[in-house]
Design a protein around this ligand. Structure first.
Ligand code: MF3
Ligand code: CO
Ligand code: CO
Length: 267
């Protein structure tokens, strides 16, 4: 398969899926408090997606080659967990940071987005990591327009992040998205300017940098899904689904509760 170019009708479907995914995060926000379990957040999200939205949680039973079927409807990655954390019965506690990653399928189209949540009172280091990762994602999004290349996106995310003394995870990346959850191309969050695929209008892909406070190395836990930092340093991630338009970009994963874009320093 190659990169799919979405028509205006396709984009209309993806706007709906993107908004629904974002609205699940809006709905969960008030529930992310000390004492709640990630199983409870998963249950709330599942019910909302299926009963209120009439949509499908894409992660549930998702089984790419070499993986066992993913057992839950959302991913919840806490503290040193980088991504693909599996909801469980343990309660969140004040000071935890948690990424909640939601992907819904509506009328065959996927919308994929994640945000960081700080549970109760977060440390300065935790807040800084979450904010910086948000800015890293937006540095990538802000570059998007026809003619730039995927390497330009990766490069801007990597240089911004590493300049602040943080590291970018290499093993996982953004991805094309549409009728399928993970399509071509891979959207690396590191790289060299002027390299890789040039962007053209109608491409849709995610930008979802994972940033570690310590070293970039990761390992997979025995559950076959959860990824953690090797040095147990904190890790954060944000994700949007983005359309390449004629003159720039449109973020598709937007809803009433979407955090505002940050003020980015030029460069
Ligand atoms: N939502 C993740 C992404 O951004 C993928 C999760 S795969 C799952 O690509 F099976 F863990 F849900
Ligand atoms: Co994604
Ligand atoms: Co995701």
């Amino acid at each position: 398969m190659s990169i799919t170019i979405k028509t205006e009708a396709d984009v209309q479907g993806m706007r709906i899926a993107g908004r629904l995914a974002s609205e699940v995060l809006d709905m969960l926000t008030a529930h992310v408090r000390p004492g709640v379990s990630t199983d409870e957040l998963d249950r709330l999200a599942h019910e909302h997606i299926v009963r209120v939205q009439g949509a499908v949680p894409a992660p549930l039973n998702y089984a790419p080659p070499g993986y066992t079927p993913y057992p839950k409807s959302i991913c919840t990655s806490i503290n040193h967990q980088v991504c693909h954390g599996i909801p469980n019965e343990r309660a969140l506690k004040s000071g935890d940071i948690v990424n909640i990653d939601v992907t819904v399928i509506k009328d065959g189209w996927h919308g994929d987005t994640s945000r960081m949540f700080i549970v109760g009172e977060g440390s300065i280091a935790a807040r800084r990591l979450c904010q910086l990762t948000y800015e890293a994602m937006w540095h990538g999004i802000a570059k998007v327009r026809p003619g730039i290349r995927l390497g330009d996106i990766g490069h801007t995310i990597q240089t911004f992040t590493e300049r602040q003394g943080y590291s970018v995870v290499r093993e996982f990346c953004g991805h094309g998205i549409g009728r399928k959850f993970h399509e071509e191309p891979q959207v690396l969050h590191y790289g060299h300017p002027g390299t890789l695929e040039p962007l053209v209008p109608g491409m849709v892909f995610t930008i979802e940098p994972m940033v570690n406070a310590g070293r970039r190395e990761i390992k997979e836990l025995g559950d076959g899904w959860t990824i953690v930092t090797k040095d147990r340093s904190l890790s954060a991630q944000w994700e949007h689904t983005v359309l390449v338009t004629e003159d720039g970009y449109e973020v598709l994963t937007v809803s009433a509760g979407t955090p505002a874009p940050p003020q980015l320093a030029p460069g």
